[in-house]
Design a binder for this molecule. Sequence first.
Ligand SMILES: Cc1ncc(COP(=O)(O)O)c(C=O)c1O
Length: 201
Amino acid sequence: VLRDLLSFAKRHDLWIVSDEVYEFFTWDQPHVSLAALDDDDRVFSVFSLSKTYAMTGIRVGYLVTPRGLAPVMRSVQEASISCVNTPGQHAAVAAITGSQQNLSDARDHYRANIAAATALLDSKGIEYLRPAGTFYLWVRVDYVSDGDVAEWAERFLLESRVAVAPGSAFGRSGEGWIRVSLAADLDVMLAGLDRLPLPVA
Ligand SMILES: Cc1ncc(COP(=O)(O)O)c(C=O)c1O
């Protein structure tokens, strides 16, 4: 798929912005950066500490550009934000240079949560997409969402006290699906999933 994407971009002379923020959270195969396969400098790779070190609030990420384009990107960036705040820079250095035990604990936690979540949904006969990476699960709820999953997700939050993202927020093909985060503690996550309505037979 990655090679197909690159040859498509080459054929049409396109840049590619490759979102690789989940580089450490792939489950069935190792992460391969698109830039590693790029032999004619058209890939920008985006990375973030938000997922790798669970540092979402610190707001630090970085961009790896094709050869020679970093100065151009710096000019673009300077016009919108001047730089990362000082505490954020110190936090990023500490995360990257410190022990990576938290990262491997996080991988174990997400992997175990995915196994538990999918086992629960299997037992209830609820359809889902098994994640090849990330800590999100897409769950099919079209048997209750009645063509408006955003409205249903809001009602599910108010009535069942479970927050999920409506699939329609990610594009039209997400209608009838929800995206569930599996990052929480195991018990909390299972309690939330357990409140999903059973599919209509
Ligand atoms: C695929 C993907 N890319 C990028 C981001 C944004 O991360 P950041 O916190 O660095 O803005 C997210 C956050 O949910 C994400 O899921």
